[in-house]
Design a protein around this ligand. Structure first.
Ligand code: BJW
Length: 238
């Protein structure tokens, strides 16, 4: 294999599962996934928000409060270590809206599906740091309008920073997908993009994802075990 310089890492809900944050579809230790408890159309579409904003605010207020009680796990810590020492290009593209990569110390993180700890004002289009509930319609800190919504990307909306992601994929020597089911596009298509552009592709997941066949290599297990081992391997050159 040619020397690896540029790395793109895609993370999904599975990377935060061992921190106690529910995944969307499957694969947690026991409890029901988020989409087994809530209908996607009700809580993760712009149409659902227009229909019943109280329901959507309650869903996100609960999850925003919960993530603030959670801690990064060994997978987040290992990726932060890699980010700290990797001198060539590295981008952690996360589909997760929690802040556990950052709290582990990672800096080169891109939240393609938004962030729980930000609110987006649909009146003035500003984005503000946000930790509290939105249910009571607090005023926007910038324009005072009571038009804040969670700063997350719902189905039918365009994920953030797609140009930057595609630029990183164009240069990638290695694409690594961690803890994602490969059920949601465009993220599910990144492995094909990266592979077509010449990158090596590696999947680390509890079970084969929907796009598993596209990867050069798949390793099955918990992110908290697999990711530290892979980081040690790549930093050791092995
Ligand atoms: C572990 C583990 C452990 C567990 N260790 N592993 C038909 C075909 C193709 C595309 C479409 C289509 N119809 C519609 C679309 C597009 C649509 C889409 O993909 N739909 C699919 C359902 C088919 N996509 C969109 O709409 C996107 N936008 C878009 O395409 O824009 C283009 C456009 C827009 C407008 C006009 C024209 C074009 C937007 C998608 C937004 C997704 N948003 C969500 C919610 C975010 C906010 C929130 O958190 O509530 O993002 S949905 C949800 O799914 C969330 C996640 O980021 C995303 C992915 O989930 P993820 O991370 O993969 O989690 P899981 O639970 O699915 O998987 C966890 C995995 O971890 C499992 O594999 C476990 O095994 C594993 N695991 N424990 C390791 N310990």
């Amino acid at each position: 294999m040619n020397r690896i310089r540029n790395i793109v890492i895609l993370t999904g809900a599975g990377v935060s599962a061992e921190s106690g944050i529910d995944t969307f579809r499957a694969g947690t230790d026991g409890g029901p996934s988020l989409w087994e408890q809530h209908r996607i159309e009700d809580v993760a579409t712009p149409e659902g928000f227009v229909r019943d904003p109280d329901l959507v605010h309650r869903f996100y207020d609960m999850r925003r409060a919960a993530i603030q009680q959670k801690q990064p796990n060994a997978a987040h810590m290992a990726l932060a270590r890699l980010d700290a020492v990797w001198t060539d290009n590295l981008l952690i593209v996360t589909q997760n809206v929690d802040d556990l990569h950052e709290r582990a110390g990672a800096r080169r993180v891109l939240h393609m599906h938004g962030e729980h700890l930000k609110a987006w004002c649909t009146a003035c289009r500003s984005r503000s740091a946000w930790r509290e509930a939105l249910f009571g319609r607090p005023p926007c800190p910038v324009c005072q309008s009571r038009s804040l919504r969670p700063d997350v990307v719902w189905f039918g909306e365009m994920p953030y920073e797609m140009d930057r992601i595609h630029a990183a994929l164009l240069d990638a020597d290695l694409f690594v997908s961690i803890g994602t089911s490969g059920a949601v596009y465009p993220a599910a298509g990144f492995v094909r993009n990266a592979r077509d552009l010449g990158a090596q592709t590696l999947e680390l997941n509890l079970e084969p994802s929907q796009g598993s066949a596209m990867f050069h290599e798949t390793r099955l297990g918990k992110a908290g075990d697999l990711v530290p081992a892979w980081v040690a391997e790549i930093l050791g050159g092995g």
